[in-house]
Write a protein that binds this ligand. Structure first.
Ligand code: FAD
Length: 481
């Protein structure tokens, strides 16, 4: 009887263990994608990711067709759809790649129970993480809460298994079940089409992922250790949205950078490679944290933060979302997010610190906005990173470390390239003023064609005042303890 291959956040054929097993079984394979309701662990996390999913499904369908197969699209509650599909085709096995988050695992267990009652077995396989969170534990058997020992422990394990290519061929069913058209999923924004620029920046799908990976390992990997912190340079891999949808496996990425270790003399050095692998392991670490603390996106890891006096500031929040805070590096980041559905890591830290510490807005508000607007929205990394910046997380930056948005801008975007790209109304300011337009004289502003308060906003809050206010709120929290 046929076998259903249920795709979720593993939209690729390369290094796909469930597909390899399915092909080996010799049974006819029916690939299916089910659009579950919003909020389901199988659904994209937000609007930007829905855009990505639309194009990724097109790409997956094309890759399957090249192998003589198809992608069957259905909508609805997965257990109902799968049971109906099994009854229709006579399939008694559903193969999946296990989701790495606890909500996904729990839902899979529930669905496995429902299917079992109908004589259908759900078989799960790995592939979305380098290591199983159940197997990588501290000496005393608990989960890791601190990154450095986690990295050390991970390195003491055997190197990740090598990635495996897609099978050349497998068996197809004689009759294909009906598929709904992709347009019925209604995944793309209409009016306004805020995603219109995404397509010139990203190529969703497995081929887009592998091409980008190749460009990175041949290009920006050399110098990554230094350039990764410079938002004005295209110095990072851009693998995050591809990883979020499972279009490339972390093992494939790991192997691709390892391969460059023994490369030509002019290639990346050991430090570039190790630095990159360390970042990839931050993703891993975030998932392991989520595994041990499933409420990572909604509850403070450090309960002392539960009584923090957050401020309700709708005007400040709106200015932050729109990139109109009056702090150029913050505004550039928030506008990059609008335009590309992605933001450079350094700037994510700066804008998150600004929301939490300068505006005193609860980190969960920022986490939610990112979840909706990032093409790489990820249940582990997003939640863990927001808690990290807030100081409420497991291995967190202390709350009193408050980023100064002016100095951060000057340090990491020293020539103002990044600001000039995303905040064009400031582009004619001289470099010495690009991160502090509010200190420019009227003459300087006029020469740059800027009218503060009209063509570009004045700061929504004074950073020095905000810093003192944040430290006072922290002191209050400490006094309460
Ligand atoms: P590269 O520098 O090329 O890194 C390679 C890979 O390593 C990334 O694709 C990613 O998988 C992983 N990685 C790198 N940095 C981190 C990090 N700090 N934490 C976890 N994994 C990391 N990343 C997401 O994938 N999804 C999110 O929703 C997300 N939200 C974030 C929210 C905040 C407030 C902050 C500060 C960071 C967040 N990050 C998130 C982490 C990081 O910013 C992105 O992974 C990175 O910018 C992606 O770009 P890249 O692929 O070019 O990174």
């Amino acid at each position: 009887s046929p076998l259903i291959l249920w795709f979720r956040k593993d939209l690729r054929l390369d290094d796909h263990i469930a597909l390899i097993k399915a092909a080996r079984s010799g049974r006819p394979v029916i690939p299916v994608f089910i659009l579950a309701d919003e909020g389901s662990p199988y659904a994209p996390l937000g609007a930007a990711q829905r855009w990505w999913l639309n194009h990724s499904l097109e790409a997956l369908a094309r890759s399957l067709e090249q192998k003589g197969s198809r992608l069957v699209l259905r909508r609805g509650a997965p257990e109902t759809v799968l049971a109906a599909l099994a009854a229709e085709t006579g399939a008694n096995v559903v193969a999946v790649t296990d989701l790495p988050d606890p909500a996904g695992r729990k839902e899979d267990e529930r669905i496995a129970g429902v299917l079992e009652e109908r004589g259908v077995a759900l078989h799960g396989f790995g592939g979305l993480l380098l290591h199983d969170p159940e197997k990588l534990r501290t000496g005393s058997g608990g989960g890791f809460r601190v990154y450095t020992p986690f990295w050390r422990a991970l390195n003491q394990q055997a190197a990740p298994a090598p990635p495996r290519p897609a099978p050349d061929a497998w068996t197809h069913p004689a009759r294909w079940p009906e598929s709904e058209p992709l347009t019925s999923f209604d995944l793309l924004p209409r009016k306004p089409d805020w995603a219109r620029e995404f397509g010139s920046h990203w190529t969703p799908g497995e081929k887009g992922a592998l091409d980008r990976l190749h460009r990175f390992t041949e290009g920006a990997l050399k110098g990554y250790a230094v350039n990764r912190d410079r938002p004005g340079i295209d110095g990072t891999s851009g693998m995050s949205p591809h990883l979020a949808m499972g279009e490339v496996s972390p093992r494939r990425i790991w192997a691709a950078v390892e391969e460059r270790r023994e490369g030509e003399r002019n290639g990346p050095d050991g430090e570039d490679i190790e630095r990159y692998q360390k970042e990839l392991v931050w993703r891993e670490f975030s998932y392991h944290l989520l595994h041990h603390f499933p409420e990572l996106a909604t509850r403070n890891w450090t309960p002392a933060f539960d009584s923090f006096s957050w401020v309700d500031d709708p005007a400040g929040l709106e200015a932050w979302k729109r990139g109109l805070t009056g702090y150029p590096i913050v505004d550039a980041g928030m506008r990059q997010l609008w335009r590309h559905g992605w933001m450079h890591n350094r700037v994510r830290m700066i804008v998150a610190s600004f929301l939490i510490k300068d505006l005193l807005i609860d980190w969960r508000v920022g986490e939610k906005w990112f979840r909706d607007t990032l093409v790489d929205a990820d249940p582990g990394s997003n939640a863990a990173s927001w808690q990290w910046v807030a100081g409420s997380g497991a291995d967190a930056s202390p709350f009193f470390r408050i980023f100064n948005p002016i100095l951060q801008g000057e340090k990491f975007d020293p020539d103002g390239t990044y600001v000039r790209t995303f905040v064009p109304e400031l582009s004619r300011l001289p470099t010495k003023l690009i991160h502090r337009p509010f200190e420019a004289s009227l003459v300087e502003l006029r020469a740059a064609g800027i009218s503060l308060g009209s063509t570009y906003p004045r700061p929504v809050v004074d950073h020095r005042f905000a810093r003192d206010r944040a430290l006072a709120a922290l002191a209050e929290l400490k006094a309460e303890k």
